[in-house]
Structure formats: structure tokens, C-alpha cells
Design a protein around this ligand. Sequence first.
Ligand code: ACO
Length: 355
Amino acid sequence: MAVGLDDVVAAETVLSHVDGQAGRLVLRGFDLEALAGRRSYEEVLALLWDGFAPAGDVAGGLGRARAAAFAILAPKLPALDGLGPVEAVRAGLALLADRVEVPHHLLATAATAVVAAAASRRGAGKTPVAPDPSLGHAADFLRMLRGEPATAAHVRALDTYLVTIADHGLNASTFAARVIASTRAGLLSAVVGGICALKGPLHGGAPGPVLDMLDAIGGPERIEPWLIAALDHGDRLMGFGHRVYRVRDPRADVLKRVVMDLRGESNRIRFAEAVEAAAIRLLAQRKQGRGLDTNVEFYTALLLEALALPRDLFTAVFAVGRVGGWAAHVLEQEQSRRIIRPQSAYVGPLPQRAA
Ligand code: ACO
């Protein structure tokens, strides 16, 4: 029995394909590299949602949905004070009633960005900023977060990030969302489930700890001893390893290029590269034949840091991009009439029979 459902095929999808041997990610017939940096997040959402949601102007619809989400949720934001950003997103989406008459794939995607930005500002003692529906999603997210327009370079970098992480096969959060969708609970409930699964440190919670690791290592001379001590202690090195990839995660290279475009050859990048090289070498020694390599979260951490986003916001920003993929999977799942209901193997005691 595969305890972690390794290699179990639990859904058919036209949305994305992860080739773990080749290190390739295909989104609706396009290699990731053909989309990231070349198509906007909204264009990729239109691609993912094509055939599952009514065709239309995704950028305009998403802008209007941000305004609607802000109108509904702004009065309720004080109730989220004291929560971390990803907890606030979880709670904020849970406050949306199923009866709201905004298409739910747009509303969920919009609300994730609106709540992440607003909760982060309130946490810093600042007033939330209302959306500007005329802006692109990445530009408006940065503006809602910072209270001022972002530079074109920052918008481009965040947009490429959102595209890069928009969808990725049947990862844990997408699977969770599809299970909920299969019960016909509705898209908003399914997306809340996706966020709950994403926030764990083994999934979307890894980028903050990646930076914590770099900080804890401190300098080049401490890389090797620090990593050895962590592995001896049985710790996981954040930003490395993947259930499906046996080679380097292709998203890591896409995001590394974006970081380099933003920061150039900085000391930070050189240090991170040295940590990465040592980690891969040590993991290869310790887990021979497993092919543990860099995953998406390592360069996500460096990219979000280069955008000067607060570290505790990283997982919520992951959700800002991935929610579009969850919505696509939920819409696809809703076309299936069959509930997802696997079996468990009972290994507990049986009742004693009367003699
Ligand atoms: N550091 C140290 N050891 C590791 C790591 C790591 N990053 N990744 C895997 N291993 C170990 C496992 O503990 C296991 O050891 P064992 O055989 O002694 O039990 C062995 O390598 C093989 O593990 P896998 O089967 O390859 O790992 P699995 O598929 O169960 O887990 C996961 C995948 C959760 C991503 C894991 O690699 C991990 O915890 N990585 C660190 C956290 C991280 O970066 N998460 C983000 C992933 S990307 C994403 O979700 C968006």
C-alpha cells in the first residue's frame, strides 16, 4: 500500500502535466518556459479556465472581482487581526457566502490577493488599500500591499512568479481541493481546503524557512557544517526534494532567472548558489539514488525577498498564484459525477466474538 499515494493516479486532467524524470512542466499543451515571462497571469488563467468557465475578458473580470471582494470583506477585516497572512486568507475566503453573485473562480482568485494584501497591511498597522480594477493582477496586488504603484520590473517579476506557480498537477493542495469539489461543496469551499493544505512547511510553507535557513547558516564558511548538522539531526532541508521530480524542478530555473534580472550577480545570490550546491551534494550522499534536487521554493524565497515582501507573507503569495490552478481543477472536477472516496486498510483490532 502506498501510504503517501505515491504513483497513484487519482484524476484525469487536461490542465497540467509534471514529468518528474525529464524535469518538465506542461500547462495545457505549453511548456512552462513558453508561458513564464511571455504571457501574463491573466492570459494563463484564461488558458487554464478555457472550456470550464464562460469565455470572456479575464483581466477585466478579475479586476471587477477584486473590487467586489474588497467591498464584501473590508468591513470584516478587523476580525482577522492577529492572524498570520495565510491564516487571514484562509479565514477571509471562508467568510464569502456561496450565494455571492460573482463568478466563484474569479471571486476566489481576486479575494486571495485582496485579503493577503489587506491583512499584511493591517498587521503592520496600516490601512488597507482598495483595488484598482484597471490594473493587472500582479500590479494591483503590489499596489494594494505597498500603498503605491510598483515599478515595471517588480510587476514583471511577480507576474512571472504567479504564472510559474499557477498550476502543478495533482499536488497536495490541488488534490485536497478536488476531493472537496467532488462532494459538490462548491468552489469557494474547495479553495479554502486548498489553502489549508498549502500552508504546511512540506508544501507551500517552505519559502520562509528557506530564508531562515540561509540566515542561520550565516556565511560561506558555515555552509557545510550547518547542513551536515541539520541532516544528522534528521531535519529536512527546505527548498529541496520533491515527490514527483527526480531531477531539478524546472520552475527553479525560471525563478532563478527572474531573481538574477532583479538583483544581478549579488552576494546574496552567490551565497544561495553555494548553499544550493552543497545541499544537493550532501543529499545525494545521504539519499543515494533518490535524486533530491532544488525545488520551486528555493528560488521563490529569493525572488520574494528581492521584491521586499515580508517573509511571513510568502505562503499567502503562493496562494495568490495557485488559487487560479485550484479553481481550474475544481471546475474540471465538477464535470465528473463521481465522488472521490478511496478506501483505508483497517489494521486495528476486531471485536471479540462471544464464545
Ligand atoms: N531534506 C532532507 N531529507 C529529505 C528531503 C530534504 N529536503 N527531502 C526528502 N528527504 C528524505 C526523506 O526524508 C526520505 O528519507 P528516508 O528514506 O530516510 O525516509 C528520502 O529523502 C526520500 O524522500 P522522498 O520520498 O523523496 O520525499 P517525499 O516525496 O516523501 O517528500 C517533500 C517530498 C515533502 C517535498 C520532501 O522532499 C521535503 O520535505 N522537502 C523539504 C520541504 C520543501 O521544500 N517543500 C516544498 C516542496 S515543493 C511544493 O510543495 C510547492
